[in-house]
Design a protein around this ligand. Structure first.
Ligand code: NAD
Length: 485
């Protein structure tokens, strides 16, 4: 085992769990055992919440300009430790080194946004009638929780942690049990940056800890990122316990490819979107709506897909179970009459035979009722559905329960505008395969890809992580009284 048993982190210290129930943390790259992770106990969750609650008394009252200083230092530590973080993310998640580095870079960008919070949350004051002023002030919510998935071991934790903490909250984070190492390293960097004890805490575990978080009397807000099935449970359980909750779920992202699209640019974008991070991105292209005759573009996509090679510029999928699930989807589509143009099943990387790889896969003549057309596959697979008209394609996209992202490839501004208006998704790309809004724009889907009112990053997250106090003052006793003053 390369690393020691993963510890919890609370009250400023790394603490061994008393639980006897551990899971293995295995590198998808080669199947090697990296560490074990405990399924922590309810008592350990309580201890972490207690430390977060105690810390929130002083952290929540510190001026935001003071809190943000820690994050300037944390940002610099991310940069200083970029190489080490890159290899840790790659090792535990299986993504390529370039993709892991991009994840660290994005974590730096997210932290920089958090460092700009003092400029964004300046409070408002207005004289609303003669001598009477109204003012709004943002207050922290208190102890908040962040439950995160496996596919971005460092970036998704940095979607929530810097914003929530700069805004004065203290946090319990529940990492994915598949990739708990990067978050633990993040805790050390925060400590090195001077974050006071108890402001950030980690409790490892699975379903029981998540349920414990959703019902904990001292946790005020819960953020979740993961599959739709669990997002619904977390949203229901947290709001049942009268907490505010934002729960981001899975995705089935549709790319509309129109005959006038630039072939080379479209092919490289579609391929990068479906195969980047081995297709394990909630923004990955999963279904391609081929409107009219786009055969030359499909040919070009196959050429591009064949350049994506497992173990070289394509990382591993997270586990053996994921590999089997993805390959089963491909086989089922083939049995039902779809045509596999590029087949990634059975991929093996020499010298890493225990790694879990699936090659890029292009499936043509998929019909809208097939499972590869409707369900999230979460692997490097693109399902091509052919339609005669754009409206037919839009109906297929609209009928899908998810709504994270959609993109259109065309040279026509009018047609692009039509898709922007009619696609039922929270994030739209025009000639962009992975339309992630960068800071200060916020990230969040629609429909079954997000439950709750706000987006999880950017300006929209300010509303989630704070509560507003509205104060009305009058200092002119001679003024008359009316019902509005
Ligand atoms: P997951 O839902 O299996 O797990 C997410 C978290 O929930 C983990 O911390 C896990 O321990 C916990 N969990 C798992 N099962 C649970 C249960 N039954 N009850 C309570 N908690 C449970 O998701 P994953 O496999 O780690 O991540 C992949 C999924 O996340 C994909 O569906 C992907 O689309 C989605 N995702 C969405 C976004 C987004 O922004 N919408 C971003 C990243 C990932």
């Amino acid at each position: 085992m390369k690393y020691e048993r993963v510890k919890n982190f609370y009250n400023g210290g790394f603490v061994d769990s008393t639980s006897a129930d551990d899971l293995d943390v295995v590198s998808p790259i080669d199947g090697n055992l990296l560490a074990t992770v405990p399924m922590s106990t309810a008592d350990e969750l309580n201890a972490a919440v207690k430390s977060a609650k105690k810390a929130s008394e002083s952290w929540g009252k510190a001026p935001i300009k003071e809190r943000v200083q820690v994050f300037f230092r944390y940002r610099n530590l991310l940069e200083k430790n970029l190489d080490e973080l890159t290899s840790l993310v790659s090792e535990e998640n299986g993504k390529t080194s370039d993709e892991a580095k991009a994840e660290v870079d994005k974590s730096i960008e997210l932290t920089e946004f958090a460092c700009s919070m003092p400029q964004l949350v300046s409070n408002e004051v207005l004289e609303v009638s003669r001598g009477v002023e109204c003012r709004t002030e943002h207050f922290p919510v208190g102890v908040v929780a962040s439950i995160v998935p496996f596919n971005f071991p460092l970036m998704v934790p940095n979607w929530t942690m810097p914003n929530a903490l700069v805004l004065g909250n203290t946090m319990i984070m529940k990492p994915s049990e598949l990739v708990p190492l990067s978050v633990l390293r993040m805790a050390q960097l925060l400590k090195d940056a001077g974050l006071p004890d108890g402001v950030f805490n980690i409790i490892n575990g699975g379903k029981e800890i998540v349920e414990g978080i959703c019902s904990h009397a001292d946790i005020e807000a819960v953020s979740f990122v993961g599959s739709t099935k669990v997002a619904k449970l977390v949203y229901q359980q947290s709001t049942h316990s009268l907490k505010r909750c934002i729960a981001l779920g899975g995705a089935k992202n549709h790319l509309f490819v129109l005959p006038d699209a630039n072939p080379a640019m479209t092919a490289s974008n579609v391929t990068a979107s479906m195969s980047g991070c081995a297709g394990q991105r909630c923004m990955a292209a999963s279904a391609m709506l081929a409107v009219g005759n786009v055969d030359p573009i499909i040919d070009q996509i196959c050429v591009e897909a064949r350049k994506v090679v497992p173990g070289k510029n394509l990382g591993a999928v997270i586990s053996k179970a994921a590999k089997t699930r993805i390959e089963d989807y491909i086989s089922e589509a083939e049995r039902n009459g779809a045509k596999i143009l590029v087949d990634g099943r059975g991929a093996v990387v020499a010298g890493k035979e225990n790694g879990t790889y699936v090659g890029p896969t292009v499936i043509d003549f998929v019909t809208p009722d097939m499972s590869v057309a409707t369900e999230e596959i979460f692997g490097p697979v693109i399902s091509i559905i052919r339609t005669n008209t754009l409206d037919e394609a839009i109906k297929i996209e609209n009928d899908n329960p998810y709504g994270n992202a959609a993109a259109v490839f065309t040279q026509s501004g009018g047609l692009a505008r039509y898709v922007m208006e009619h696609a039922s998704a929270g994030m739209i790309g025009v000639n962009i395969g992975v339309p992630v809004p960068r800071e200060p724009f916020s990230f969040g889907g629609w429909n079954d890809s997000r439950f709750g009112a706000n987006d999880i990053t950017g300006k929209s997250s300010i509303e989630f992580w704070t509560k507003l106090k509205k104060t009305t003052t009058k200092w002119n006793p001679e003024a008359g009284v009316n019902w509005m003053s």
